[in-house]
Design a protein around this ligand. Structure first.
Ligand code: PHE
Length: 470
């Protein structure tokens, strides 16, 4: 009953711990886990990236997730005003945090469009064509089709936000998320059994890919390379658990006071990391089997290139599995993009007192325009820009870089300074231990938020901005 009491006229609340975990997981688990994690892990050599990522999850991820959710629950406000409530002079963090989803949304929708395209390919029984080399590249470099699919994907997201029915899709989430997990596990196991002989007569197996994925290889590691991997891992972590962009502050503000925060946070982290890990297990062995270790640096298209090959190798059943797979990935993506768009829309509503519909229309026009530019980045507007982290990027990579490698670290750094040094960690600890819950890693939390996280973030930022070249 106590949850009911928390309900105020303005701010609803989750129905207890499970509702909160499911909603946060719905936002957290998305293309970040299934598309972004495997391609970054592959690009950064597999095992080393995985190891660094896992260490970051239990230190950085835990610290930031706890901080943001606790700020939200304590202030009961959305990010735009929550930081101001924590400290009069630090309201700017809220504004910066709201910029992040604004940058993410258009390119997230472009990738959502790729997923829908592949879904349509499998529906119409052309799955085997998609397994051919060059299919993905010729698709994204075509002029109109990617734009059409991006707009369809974004249209679905926008309608859900426009009518404010995102609570309704949580019900689907509860059923579809577990199915997605089972499918990923099954495909991952299958990919380990793959065996492929290429034109030069070399045979490679999925198990060789497994070794690449799991065993860190430090040969040839330089300080510079290490920092690049660290930077990619950190950007990925922020993106994946949806921190440093205000979303978790907003979610925290809906959490009832009697919820055990630490326990919920642990579950969200475990679930999110498990999906990412398994997605890597599904993609990397396949890539190694079909294209060798050299194929691992393909970048954002990796999942779209490798999975159709797995499905094709399964024969007719593979086509059905491929269809169901892309269907569920579309769903996981939509639950995330809805939360990204909702974050921007609710900020506009708070800040300018716009109605939901008006805010949604403004965000829709902006996203459609930038989304089209992102799609055109692979054809009419194609260019190659060397990013400070050494990779070459098109429009999509640049937006991704600005949000994940620059803005998110800035938001996270400022949040650490505010909590660690200005209002002091007790501010968070008090909130977390409300109701006499135990804060298991309290000591770690204090050291992390005051010293380790800010120092590392600072160094990484200098590196991402190209100010310090290691
Ligand atoms: N965390 C989501 C994912 O992994 C993406 C996301 C980013 C969701 C930003 C909300 C905000 O796909």
């Amino acid at each position: 009953m106590s949850e009911k009491k928390e309900k105020t006229a303005k701010r609803g609340s989750f129905t207890g711990q499970l509702g909160f975990i499911m909603a946060a997981a719905g936002s957290a688990v998305g293309l970040g886990n299934i598309w972004r994690f495997p391609y970054l892990a592959a690009k950064n050599g597999g095992g080393t990236f995985l190891l660094i990522y896992l260490i970051l999850v239990v230190t950085f991820g835990f610290t930031l997730l706890t901080t943001e959710i606790a700020i939200g629950r304590k202030t009961k406000q959305s990010p735009l005003t929550a930081y101001k409530n924590v400290h009069e002079k630090w309201g700017g963090i809220g504004i910066l945090a709201c910029l992040v989803p604004t940058i993410i949304l258009p390119y997230y929708c472009s990738i959502g469009g790729w997923v829908l395209k592949y879904l349509s390919v499998f529906v119409t029984g052309q799955g085997t064509a998609a397994a051919e080399d060059g299919y993905f590249t010729s698709y994204i470099t075509s002029n109109t089709e990617p734009i059409v699919w991006m707009l369809i994907y974004f249209g679905i997201t926008a309608l859900i936000v426009f009518f404010g029915v995102e609570k309704g899709i949580e019900k689907f989430s509860k059923v579809l998320m577990p199915i997605l997990l089972v499918m990923i596990v099954a495909i991952a196991i299958y990919s380990l059994t793959l065996k492929h002989t290429d034109a030069s007569g070399e045979t490679r197996t999925g198990l060789q890919g497994l070794a690449v994925y799991l065993i860190p290889d430090f040969t040839g590691m330089t300080v510079k390379k290490f920092f690049m991997i660290l930077m990619d891992a950190m950007g990925q972590l922020f993106f994946s658990i949806s921190v440093a962009m205000g979303i978790m502050v907003a979610y925290g503000s809906y959490v009832p006071k009697d919820t055990n925060l630490i326990k919920s946070i642990n579950r969200i982290e475990i679930f999110d990391t498990a999906v990412a890990f398994l997605a890597g297990l599904m993609v990397i062995p396949t890539v190694v089997a079909f294209t060798g270790v050299d194929g691992m640096s393909q970048g954002p298209g990796l999942m779209f290139v490798s999975l159709p090959k797995v499905f094709a190798s399964m024969g007719t059943v593979g086509q059905i599995i491929g269809f169901v797979f892309f269907l569920i990935v579309s769903f996981a993506a939509i639950t995330s993009s809805v939360s990204v768009m909702e974050a921007i829309v609710s900020s506009l509503m708070d800040k300018f007192r716009f109605s939901r519909r008006r805010s949604a229309v403004i965000v829709a026009v902006y996203t459609a325009i930038v989304g089209v530019i992102v799609c055109m980045g692979y054809n009419r507007l194609y260019f190659e820009l060397t990013l400070p982290n050494g990779s070459t990027g098109q429009v999509l990579d640049i937006l991704d870089y600005i949000s994940n490698n620059v803005l998110m670290p800035v938001v996270a750094l400022l949040t650490c300074l505010l909590i660690g040094w200005v209002v002091k960690p007790d501010y968070i600890i008090e909130e977390v231990t409300q109701g006499k819950y135990k804060f298991g890693r309290k000591g770690l939390y204090v050291v992390m938020i005051k010293f380790i996280v800010p120092i590392l973030l600072f160094v990484l930022l200098l590196q991402s901005l190209g100010i310090v070249k290691l």
